[in-house]
Design a protein around this ligand. Structure first.
Ligand SMILES: [Zn+2]
Ligand SMILES: [Zn+2]
Length: 793
């Protein structure tokens, strides 16, 4: 029977090759009709045999291009009309209405093939792309998403490119960044040693093939700055101790791990333990950095993976300087044509780390980047396609077969998370301070921003303001409500409080954190926002309702309210912010709480190294409460244990002491240290680390190996989580536990706590799509805002 249908598709369906896909599918099923973009997505009318139409609709759902996201697909029956073939109606309606935009997409397989095909006109062209791949978010200046509104506007297409662009059957039909060697952007290699005055970046190196020359330099152990999709990378040979060591010392990044780019999944498998989820992540259009267990990494051996065996198979070991004292390598596959060319030429893994000094935001504007990377890179591989929006690589790992995102940025943004709670008004959630991201909400779409960075200075605040203005424009969001963290010193909070003409809603740090975990796992319908859940929020610091620094918290909460039901006992942070940089201070504070005046006589390396003057000074500070804010932080407890165990007394980056302590865990160790739990006068459970410290000090005195100390501590914390949750379950009748906060980036702790909670009959929520660290907080804030507004309707 011949019939017809009007099919409307909502979601990310523009700029991702959707219409050519529909065209091909219609022809496959012998259907007539047309497809066009409309102001909300794509509209299709199709006519033909009923069975073929059904198969066609099924095909749209199941076979759509990898970058497309279908939110809604609506089929409306129509009477049969006789039409001539299937047409793409290119004259899209261009009302000024919101259309979801695509994130940047990794180079597709077809483009990668053409890139190395000597007969293709784009052979070795570093900017090859099509509707299935290439830059999007990072080049968009304004909407609607059309070439003149992107940083490709200055390149006029040649006749060949123009023909592809207008041919509905072509893979490059309406590919806005379409380009070729004749008409598109070009790469150049600059020599910074020749820079002066106006041409501070240096002169162009005379060479036929800038990428080839860069490869030569990388192979010779040089550091090359590479302009990529969302910013500059610093690249060097990951198998060379000299090259990686030089990069480390020049970048002032003493221990922080570097990401490594590898040629193929096969190469990754030589160095890392790879499962199905990790394979999918690495090869996805998002192409994130994936943290994967080092193959054959032994905790006793600080050497690179595999050693001789790898070398004999033709794969050199990665330099141990790449990720010292880490159990995992951070690995990604090439995701732009420039990367593909570099990797094919270098034929070895390359370090690809953000082009910045220390913890500054990634460099992305040419003049700024080249100035900042001076003295680090020995050549700059640049190009003339401008990056509109800085966007760092996303970072993820795998937990129990699901992605576990640690940084949600390039490849994700500006794709929204869709939650079942619709916001009646536009909302802005400004996020926290460290690893800041913000969130804009319209309807049921929660748009998390790209990674902004640590919002601690004017430079990052400017990046925050610029990104906010840009995303508001692209997404047609004009916030009427702003949600903020209660910390009065956060720049994001100050920004929110200074906004005029908007309603302001504050929410406590850890409430927003555990709520972000619920949002990440949103189940069922809207009613889930009312369900009360046990939240375990373990992080470095967050401003508490009582003005103290919290961070080892058990909350009973829903989207509207939260109640602190248990927390780690407070100790002073002697020296305030200094105690974060110097974990030995937290060790002294905790030991003091347990052993009092007996600390100097404990006879462990930490106290032996402590001179009398320092000890006196610290005790006085803590006694008088000078520069010693009280804290219940779990992150700081990890720091203290790390220092006492002898792992690290001072850190070069946030969380280092805890990360290195995790390095020494060993699943074969079953014993656990004890924690005490007692109810205080407010009816809250207060968790005492006293018995844990007594055993730890005893074990250090006896010279127990590090893996015993570390694992017993981790097991102890996991056991304590379950014990406290069981008491809360008894009192409140709650079965669901959400694990959130930066401490849960610790895979050993997360895994252990999950298993024990599950065995005790709890339903456990962990993060997947947004980070457990402060980078996810804006989502919890936003959901809270939406819940408050709904409550009023
Ligand atoms: Zn492509
Ligand atoms: Zn061209």
């Amino acid at each position: 029977m011949k019939t017809g249908a009007k099919i409307t598709v909502r979601g990310i369906v523009q700029g991702v090759g959707f219409r050519p896909f529909v065209y091909g599918l219609a022809r496959r099923y012998g259907l007539a009709g047309s497809v066009r973009n409309d102001s909300l997505g794509v509209e299709i009318v199709a006519f033909g045999e009923a069975g073929a139409l059904d198969a066609f609709v099924q095909g749209i759902r199941q076979e759509h291009p990898p970058a497309a996201r279908i939110y809604e697909l609506h089929v409306e029956p129509m009477a049969f009309e006789a039409r001539d073939g299937f047409a793409i109606d290119a004259s899209a309606v261009r009302e000024e209405r919101f259309v979801p935009l695509s994130p940047d997409l990794a180079t597709c397989t077809e483009c990668a093939k053409e890139l190395f095909d000597p007969n293709d006109r784009r052979c070795r062209y570093p900017f090859i792309n099509c509707t299935n791949c290439g830059p999007r978010f990072t080049i968009i200046r304004d909407i609607p998403y059309d070439r003149p509104k992107t940083t490709m506007s200055s390149f006029a297409m040649c006749a060949d490119c123009e023909r592809e662009y207008h041919d509905p059957a072509d893979r490059r039909f309406h590919a806005q960044p379409n380009a070729c060697p004749v008409c598109g952007p070009q790469v150049r290699l600059l020599d910074p040693s020749t820079g002066s005055g106006q041409a501070a970046a240096g002169q162009e190196m005379a060479c036929e093939d800038p990428v080839g020359k860069a490869v030569e330099m990388l192979a010779a152990g040089k550091i090359v700055a590479v302009k990529g999709l969302g910013g500059y990378h610093l690249a060097c040979d990951a198998t060379s101790d000299e090259a990686v060591g030089a990069l480390r010392s020049k970048k002032y990044r003493e221990d922080k791990p570097f990401a490594v780019m590898m040629r193929s999944l096969d190469e990754v498998a030589k160095y890392c333990v790879l499962d199905e989820t990790a394979r999918e992540l690495l090869t996805s259009v998002r192409a994130p950095i994936v943290l994967l267990d080092k193959r054959a990494a032994l905790i006793e051996k600080a050497a690179g993976p595999g050693g001789p065996a790898l070398q004999s198979s033709g794969h050199a070991a990665l330099s141990k300087e790449v990720a010292p004292l880490q159990r995992r390598w951070g690995v990604m596959l090439p995701y732009t044509p420039v990367h593909h060319l570099l990797m094919a030429g270098a034929a070895r893994p390359l370090v690809m780390t953000s082009g910045n000094v220390s913890d500054e935001p990634i460099a992305f504007r040419d003049d700024d980047a080249l100035e900042r990377l001076r003295g680090i890179a020995e050549a700059y591989l640049v190009h003339d396609r401008e990056i509109r929006t800085r966007c760092e690589d996303s970072v993820t790992t795998v937990f129990r077969g699901r992605p576990y995102v640690l940084r949600r940025s390039r490849g994700h943004v500006p794709e929204p998370l869709r939650l079942p709670l619709r916001a009646p008004k536009h909302i802005l959630a400004v996020g926290a301070e460290l690893k800041n991201t913000f969130c804009l909400v319209r309807d049921d779409m929660y748009f998390m921003s790209h990674h902004i960075g640590d919002l601690e200075d004017v430079k990052t605040l400017e990046a925050f303001e610029d990104s906010l203005a840009h995303l508001k424009k692209l997404l047609y969001v004009e916030p009427e409500v702003v949600v903020y963290d209660l910390h009065p010193d956060y720049l994001a909070t100050k920004y929110a409080l200074a906004l005029e003409g908007v309603e302001r809603i504050g929410i406590q740090h850890h409430h927003a954190q555990v709520l972000s975990c619920v949002a990440d796992n949103f189940w069922g319908d809207e009613a889930a926002v009312d369900e009360r859940v046990i939240g375990v929020a373990f992080d470095g610091l967050g401003y508490g309702d009582d003005g103290h620094i919290w961070g080892g918290e058990f909350l009973v909460f829903n989207a509207l309210e939260s109640r602190r039901v248990a927390h780690l006992d407070e100790v002073p942070m002697p020296g305030g912010a200094k105690a974060i940089k110097e974990p030995w201070r937290m060790a002294v504070a905790h030991l003091c709480a347990v052993f009092g005046d007996g600390v100097p006589a404990l006879g462990i390396p930490l106290t032996e190294a402590l001179d009398e003057k320092t000890w006196d000074l610290l005790v006085q500070m803590m006694d008088k409460g000078v520069h010693s804010p009280p804290t219940s932080s779990m992150g700081r407890l990890f720091d203290a244990v790390s220092a006492i165990a002898g792992v690290r007394q001072a850190v070069n980056y946030e969380g280092q002491a805890a990360i290195e302590l995790e390095y020494y865990t060993d699943p074969a160790v079953e014993e656990a240290y004890e924690f005490g739990v007692a109810q205080n006068e407010l009816g809250r459970l207060v968790i005492s680390p006293r018995p844990m410290f007594e055993s730890l000090v005893e074990d250090v005195r006896r010279g127990k190996p590090l893996k015993e100390l570390s694992t017993r501590f981790h097991n102890g914390v996991a056991g304590m989580i379950v014990a406290v949750c069981e008491r809360i379950r008894e009192a409140e009748g709650l079965e669901t536990v959400a694990l959130s906060g930066g401490v849960f980036q610790n895979r050993y702790l997360l895994g252990r706590a999950y298993e024990l909670l599950e065995a005790a009959g709890f339903r456990v929520l962990v993060h997947s799509r947004v980070p457990a660290n402060d980078g996810g907080i804006a989502l919890g804030q936003a959901l809270h805002g939406a819940a408050v507004l709904r409550g009023r309707e």
